[in-house]
Write a protein that binds this ligand. Structure first.
Ligand code: FAD
Length: 312
């Protein structure tokens, strides 16, 4: 059976849901390895051990915020582990890592994967999830970026011993680039969008005011998402965008407010367990996939819902 290598740029004490999904996927293969381009705590190692991976390759961070350190670490890890498939997250950073690595090592890259079988047949979403395709590499190491919420997190091992090895890396940029300043982004108390059990998302219909959307999200301890129309308008940051060119979410409850339900938007949320749509247009396409629909003005419906939830 082929062997798999999972790559993380960093790994905190509590791995994210997307990281746990990748570890689950890797555990289906033989002799799977995890490579991390920064320090890994003992707590994190204990979690990784639950997935039955055999080896952990670590290269301490060099304070390098650029992709080159990740490339150096991954290249060394691929050569050392001789893995057949490399699994990474489907975000911009990791897609760049996968693509550059595939070019450097004369391998292949497949993005937007939702599954990788042990015969290395990759299932991937096409045209915003309208249909899925199966693809196979014809040669070289295969790099696959896997969409979050595609694999059920399912640790199978009872904490077997992980063999930990350090990779000695000198990243190419370390000598050429100096970080002169870093600015921390404001930290939100809300759960991460891709991991939240409840997501309240607003679209063009919020007309510049995300206040009611944020207030309902806070009443439900949920995360705030948005359509591309809302992020393009600058009403909310781009990392809130859900859809084909944004993030994929699959919460227990997705509340859509003032979003029409374009195919590119649905691609990022249609696997949500329960979808509630609020739209003043009874013919809005979002109602086709909604479990519950409210035809009404979101500026009235959202505050009423938040008030009722807080009252209970
Ligand atoms: P609109 O389509 O304008 O809909 C606004 C809705 O709000 C309407 O249905 C209206 O009836 C309703 N409304 C207005 N006022 C109110 C009110 N007061 N109360 C209740 N309802 C109200 N889009 C994404 O979202 N994510 C993506 O990742 C994405 N990727 C794309 C990739 C490509 C290649 C392309 C071509 C497009 C992509 N889009 C994406 C854009 C997508 O096609 C739509 O244009 C976009 O989703 C529309 O956003 P919207 O529903 O907020 O706006």
């Amino acid at each position: 059976m082929p062997s798999a290598l999972v790559f993380f740029n960093e790994l905190s004490d509590v791995p994210s849901k997307a990281q746990r999904e990748l570890l689950t996927l890797a555990s289906r293969f033989d002799q799977s390895t995890l490579a991390v381009a920064s320090e890994v705590s003992q707590d994190a190692q204990n979690v990784v051990a639950n997935y039955g991976l055999s080896k952990l390759l670590v290269a301490p961070s060099q304070g390098d915020i650029f992709v080159d350190h990740a490339l150096s670490v991954l290249e060394a890890a691929v050569k050392q582990s001789a893995s057949d498939v490399v699994l990474v997250a489907n975000d911009n950073f990791n897609r760049e890592v996968a693509a550059r690595m595939a070019v450097r090592l004369d391998g292949a890259v497949i993005t937007d994967a939702i599954d990788v079988a042990t015969d290395l047949v990759v299932t991937k979403d096409e045209l915003a999830g309208s249909y899925s395709a199966q693809a196979q590499s014809t040669g070289g190491t295969l790099f696959v970026s896997v969409k979050p919420n595609s694999i059920d997190d399912d640790p199978q091992s009872s904490g077997q011993q992980l063999e930990v090895q350090n990779l000695a890396i000198q990243s190419a940029t370390a000598a050429q680039v100096r970080v002169v300043a870093t600015e921390a982004k404001a930290v939100s108390d809300r759960p991460k969008l891709t991991e939240a059990r409840v997501v309240v998302a607003g679209g063009r219909g919020v007309n510049g005011d995300f206040g009611p959307v944020e207030d309902l999200a806070d009443a439900l301890a949920g995360a705030v998402g948005a359509s591309r129309a809302a992020t393009d308008a600058g009403w909310i940051t781009h990392d809130a965008q859900i859809g084909q060119t944004g993030v994929t979410v699959s919460p227990q409850l997705f509340i859509s407010a003032g979003i029409s339900g374009a195919i590119q938007q649905k691609a990022g949320m249609q696997t949500s367990k329960c979808i509630v749509a609020i739209n003043k247009d009874v013919d809005a396409p979002v109602f086709e996939i909604a479990d519950f629909g409210i035809v009404g003005d979101l500026s009235k419906v959202l505050p009423q819902a938040a008030e009722e939830i807080r009252r209970r």
